[in-house]
Design a protein around this ligand. Structure first.
Ligand SMILES: C[S@@+](CC[C@H](N)C(=O)[O-])C[C@H]1O[C@@H](n2cnc3c(N)ncnc32)[C@H](O)[C@@H]1O
Length: 284
């Protein structure tokens, strides 16, 4: 089951709760570092920015990111939120509109970056200035095919536009990375990961949630405790349904993925401690 369903419909509310938890925030690069990486890449001049953020989640980290950009002399004047989840877009935009006052316009558009490109940015584009597209908080680690998603974003933009991408790194070659799995062992995360199955009619009492690690990917699976009828068929006891994945990247792999998707990489800045990487690229 693609992870994106853990953000849509009723699952948007479980994600909103999870995204407020310390475990969630501990896994991501700080919004401050993401903003500083954009400034230090030297691709945006010191003036008001036009930002199109893909996957703003509940908007909490977006607010911190935009605040830091303003402190660094790059206030965002026009902001577009893009997401697969209409419900999360509503949650994020309500939060950002309260934060923005009349300093920043806030718009939104539904887009699944795994299902092709979109005319949403082009229809919204307010003027000739470059659009800074952001894919922050390790969202790229959740998609099935990272290069395809990055190419779809590129195709939605114009030459001169910018990509700011932040991802979590390694450890790809460790057999059991206890530290990588630790932040996922919370009740808030379990509720968020299982919500799409509950929305599909499964009973929580019938599901055991198991976390694992395979080839650099954190995998969460629901294991059926008894046979369960779904749609027209019956799934046997012991059947495993993958409902979560979070891929960890090695620095050269993520830089290569950005290049393979047709972007020109301009900078790659590791976070202090080396657990995250922020890549800035431009579209030629
Ligand atoms: C891990 S959350 C990151 C949220 C936020 N950027 C942060 O740093 O806290 C992933 C976000 O990307 C969105 N998302 C996941 N898959 C997507 C897809 N295929 N297309 C568009 N948005 C997607 C989710 O709905 C959610 O808002």
């Amino acid at each position: 089951m693609p992870l994106k369903f853990a953000y849509a419909g009723s699952a948007a509310y479980t994600h909103d709760t999870y995204a407020r938890s310390a475990d969630y925030l501990s896994m991501l690069a700080s919004a401050r570092h993401e903003a500083d990486a954009l400034v230090s890449a030297g691709v945006v001049a010191a003036h008001a920015l036009t930002v199109a953020e893909i996957g703003p989640g509940n908007g909490g980290r977006s607010r911190a990111f935009l605040t830091r950009l303003a402190h660094r002399g790059r206030p965002c004047q026009r902001y577009l939120a893009l997401d697969f989840s209409e419900t999360l877009l509503d949650i994020a935009c309500a939060r950002l509109a309260r934060f923005a006052g009349d300093r920043m316009s806030v718009d939104s558009h539904v887009w699944d970056i795994e299902c092709g490109t979109s005319r949403g940015v082009e229809r919204w584009r307010p003027g000739p200035e470059p659009v800074i597209s952001c894919l922050l908080g390790h969202t790229l680690g959740n998609v099935e095919q990272p290069v395809t998603a990055l190419a779809n974003i590129r195709a939605a933009l114009r030459p001169g536009d910018v990509l700011l991408l932040s991802v979590a790194l390694g450890p790809a070659d460790e057999p059991s990375p206890v530290a990588a799995l630790a932040p996922y062992r919370s009740p808030e995360f379990r509720a968020a990961a299982l919500q799409p199955l509950l929305a599909a009619g499964l009973d929580e009492a019938d599901l055991e949630f198991v976390l694992g690690w395979k080839d650099g990917v954190v995998v969460g699976e629901a294991v059926l405790r008894r046979p369960v009828q779904v749609g027209g068929g019956v799934l046997p006891a012991g059947h495993r349904i993958r409902c979560f994945q979070s891929r960890r990247f090695r620095p050269h792999d993520v830089i290569a993925a950005v290049g393979d998707a047709g972007w020109q990489v301009r900078d790659a800045l590791p976070a202090p401690g080396g657990s995250h990487l922020v890549v800035t690229a431009s579209r030629h």
